[in-house]
Ligand binder design. Sequence first.
Ligand code: ATP
Length: 456
Amino acid sequence: RSRERSIRSLMRERLSEHRLQLLEEAGRLAESMNHQVFAVGGFVRDLLLRRDVLDMDLVVEGDGIAFARALAKKLGGRVRAHKKFRTAVIVYTPPGEGENGLPPEEQKVDVATARLEYYEYPAALPTVELSSIKMDLFRRDFTINALAVQLNPEDFGRLVDFFGAQRDIKERVIRVLHSLSFVEDPTRILRAIRFEQRFHFRIGKQTTRLIKNAIQLKLVDRLSGARLFNELKLMLREKDFLLDLLRMEEFDVLKAIYPAFSMNQRVEKLLREIEKVLNWYALLYEPTAPRQWLLVLMGLTERFPDEDARGVATRLAIPPRERREFLNLRSLCVETLDRLNTWKYADGSRSGLYFILESLPLEGILFIMARTGDEDLRKHISLHLTKLSHEALEITGEDLIAMGLQPGPDFGKILREVLAAKLDGQAPTLLAELGYAERLVREMRRGGGSGKKRVQ
Ligand code: ATP
């Protein structure tokens, strides 16, 4: 039986006013529909760990979709329902202001239906009958994610812990719920490692044994590329992705995903540099976040022949557009690094740097920063990211028309030359830009082409 404990006060202390109200509302609504409703999973775990709580997952003993529709109505939100799975997602905008006076960001509440059923173990072990919330929790990946907190008014805040989750959170250990867990779903191997590193927990003894077994049985081979890629992306999004990868190597999971993967010294060193560059970039608070998985995959496959890089993309069933991007980026980075080295000795101008890097995706630029051992070059690339890439002309095509130029291919050329001048400090103001453009237009009229050939 579950040990009774209320975390009502913890919820009051940790949750925002509107979240608390939402949960209370959900409880009252369920009560009026004669249902039981629980908040479950990562939400409860993060509350107990006193970490910031992100999205909320609710489980309803009853009709989950009808409940979600009714709750969405009260919240002024929308519902996306999946009838087949009896689940729904509520998307709504919380009241009040978001950060910097902007409208608040949309939030999601996942709603699932729990029902009474018979659980049959995959390998014909005895069938057990469970109450529906217990059943729902039993199907989860680890004990620490198998906690629920009741929301109905009478029991609001009552913790439902059938599997020793509180003990495991206290002892900081990742444990599966039963010995066939990884057979049921081998992606849990990656999840175990991800949670272990994120929370600084450790994978329990028995669970460690089960992972080793699963690897030996080649269960990872059974996973579809899409599921594997999805779980890998979640892992590589973590701040501690490098520790995740090292741990994967320890368990031989990397090789199970693709045999040529290896965390040898060279790869590890490159990934450390990638980690440093990512941390540096995060401190800039730029609006675009790099796709960490792409950078890490570039690092892992740096020395791979193209055939193996394609093999990785195929094994992970990377969708066509991203696949092309990944494969192109590999050669693009090598070429760009060559061009940068030439530029450094033969040119050195800011505009030259800008035009080499402008069409390279952010991940490529960061990869090159990590890849080059040349501190000077790093500083130049950093200048590009923090400053040059944000530069824009004040003049536009309109100004060129006003100078009597007909719109045509020369337009772009002239604007790029003015931009080059601006980057190199020769056209620091609007007036200087106009003057520079006028001179180019005059030269063009005289010579029938743009004057200096400095822009490729
Ligand atoms: P995160 O903080 O990374 O979002 P989370 O615990 O919320 O962590 P999700 O991937 O959003 O993780 O999953 C939500 C919940 O669904 C988990 O807490 C877990 O209980 C359950 N779950 C997710 N994936 C699996 C799986 N492969 N097997 C069993 N249960 C899973």
